[in-house]
Design a protein around this ligand. Structure first.
Ligand SMILES: Cc1ncc(COP(=O)(O)O)c(C=O)c1O
Length: 396
């Protein structure tokens, strides 16, 4: 059978389990804790803390490593803007490093050029499901004493030199938003090997509660019923994931290999379709890398064809759409018009955010063709790959 259920009976059963508890705190289903345990195990990590989304995760990862006012954080501009939002939410200054022209991932060389005495952390994104060059990036981070935060919103079970992506930085962040490999509509997760970081992550994501910690997500009944109990050990945010969402996400973690594998199979079909097209260059995946193919992405090299013309032909032949890469973050109106909700002062006045700061990313962004890989019927993916082949032949 070629058709898969994105939400299976398992997820429905877990949701029913939560609902059957009627949200009575004394009898709750502990579904979020179960999800965290399953996720930590799947990603070879000691600690996992669930979040309401994969933007809040980035904010708290930065707070946990001590990033704040006056600090700079290096980020790629070719990604969904949440990577940079996390930095601004933490009241820090984003500094944009350029990407590699072949892998489209943040480049170690460019990171090194962005380092100043104020740099505190690097957020690396595993864009489209592919890891950046972690060895080179971690060596730079070590040399300069910087924290490395992985934004793996688009990379579930990807590999880098035999290691699971998510285990290579100090903290890794995942999103369960609906376009991701696994989903519960909206949600996220942070994982780490460090008990100290896990403790901070939990506290800062749970209103600074003093009695929650790396593996404890709730205040005990005894504490709550004590009139002298002081809850708030520090400032914090309320970024928890609900038990209903956790139930869906738990079912998805238990089926994660299957969900990732489907994306890889769709990507293989698209890859085969573009292999003889001299004017298309797919994202380069090195020998020691395993992409989890959140999307299949190729660059269109021939400007005489043009992105829109190619997409229009694909659609005319029955294609179901081609996504464009996001505008580079610093080209978005919030940067251009400085609409940062009174955080404008965070921006580094010397490092301007004008065009020209990341020439490779600027060249790539308007030329990337992004094909979705979340087909749950592989016949459909096959048909789309065939339409892509016909589109290519038209322009040959
Ligand atoms: C690379 C990247 N980082 C962060 C996010 C933010 O995740 P969320 O939508 O769960 O906040 C997303 C996607 O949505 C993403 O693609």
């Amino acid at each position: 059978m070629n058709v898969f259920e994105r939400i299976s009976e398992k997820e429905r059963q877990y949701v029913e389990e939560v609902l059957s508890m009627n949200f009575r705190t004394s009898a709750n289903s502990k579904m979020t804790r179960r999800l965290e345990e399953a996720f930590a195990e799947k990603f070879d990590s000691k600690y996992a803390v669930a979040f309401c989304n994969g933007t809040a995760t980035l904010h708290i990862a930065l707070e946990a490593v001590g990033v704040g006012l006056g600090d700079e954080v290096i980020v790629p501009p070719l990604t969904m803007s949440s990577t940079t939002y996390g930095v601004l939410h933490a009241n820090a200054t984003p500094v944009f490093a350029d990407v590699d022209s072949e892998t489209f991932e943040i480049s170690a060389e460019s990171i090194e050029k962005c380092i100043t005495p104020r740099t505190k952390a690097i957020i690396v994104v595993s864009l489209f499901g592919l890891a950046p060059d972690f060895d080179a990036i971690n060596a730079i981070a070590k040399k300069h004493g910087l924290a490395v935060i992985e934004d793996d919103a688009q990379c579930f079970l990807g590999k880098y030199k035999g290691k699971t992506v998510g285990t290579l930085g100090d903290i890794a962040s995942f999103s369960f938003q609906s376009s991701k490999h696994m989903t519960c509509g909206e949600g996220g997760m942070l994982i780490t090997q460090s008990p100290e970081l896990a403790d901070k992550i939990r506290k800062y994501s749970c209103l600074g509660y003093a009695s929650v910690g790396s593996k404890i997500g709730k205040i005990s009944k005894t504490d709550i019923q004590d009139p002298d109990y002081c809850r708030h050990g520090s400032l914090g945010w309320n970024y928890r994931l609900s038990d209903v969402c956790s139930a869906v996400a738990l079912g998805q973690v238990e089926r994660l290999e299957e969900l990732v594998d489907l994306r890889k199979k769709s990507a293989e079909l698209f890859d085969d379709a573009v292999k003889d097209a001299s004017f298309l260059t797919p994202q380069k995946i090195g020998e020691e890398y395993e992409s989890s193919f959140w999307a299949f992405v190729t660059k269109i090299n021939d400007d005489s064809i043009g992105w829109r013309t190619f997409r229009d032909k694909y659609m005319e032949l029955g294609g179901d759409g081609i996504y464009a890469a996001w505008k580079l973050t610093y080209q978005e109106p919030m940067f251009r018009n400085m609409t940062l909700l009174r955080r404008e002062g965070l921006l580094n006045k010397e490092a301007c955010y004008d065009d020209g700061i990341c020439p490779v990313a600027e060249h790539l962004q308007p030329r990337l063709l992004q094909f979705k890989t979340n087909y749950f019927d592989l016949n459909e993916a096959e048909q789309q790959a065939e339409i892509l082949r016909k589109t290519i032949n038209y322009f040959k």
